[in-house]
Design a protein around this ligand. Sequence first.
Ligand code: CTP
Ligand code: MG
Length: 224
Amino acid sequence: GDVAVLVPAAGAGVRLGPGRPKALRLLAGESLLVHAVRRIAAAPCVHSIVVAAPTAELNAVAELLAPVAPVIVVAGGATRQESVAAALAAVPAGPGIVLVHDAARALTPPELVESVAAAVRAGQDAVIPVLPVVDTIKEVSADDAVLGTVDRSALRAVQTPQGFRRDVLAAAHAAAVDPLTDDAGLVEKQGIPVRCVPGSEYAMKITRPFDLALAEHLLAAAPA
Ligand code: CTP
Ligand code: MG
């Protein structure tokens, strides 16, 4: 493989509710992180996996993942962006393509890892998986007055894994000032073009309790 996958997994999971850090919360008896890493490791393009874990859980994460796939575990930071930067610094020599993939997108199919990596390999600097926006989107004021209706046809909901030429991602992170919630945003700020590929509904981010319940049902209906 020619691809390193960075897995930010150091978040608290505040929106999921009280409990362990989100990446260690259980889905069908296994942690979200185990689900995510197993699917990443099943993609033939993957050379190495670097997980950014909660500082207090470094040993727990290494033990959890040892039977799943060979991984490098580093301490995450206070923001997702810092966690990604820490993981990026630990990528071994070799891979020329780096993917960044949220542990919280635990059911992401290996095929999406392959298709994002393939688009970078085909010559794109930066690639993001996207889905069309299905809801009508309104712009509103702070006091809930509707200001207007946004043209939905030009909008996309963005997922991970996001894929990059390794040097492009490294330069974008080196230049980063304000934290952003995705890595493609940092690359955009460098004036580098970012391309979309079709995402997957299974790459949904598990954010709130409803998402975890939905993921349980998806796994029960089609174990993967
Ligand atoms: N993440 C991280 N380091 C942080 C914050 C987030 O590695 N300091 C990771 C999370 O573990 C998750 C991904 O970034 O896999 C996407 O973040 P999000 O879904 O927001 O997870 P949390 O930050 O854990 O959730 P919340 O915002 O509800 O606390
Ligand atoms: Mg968060």
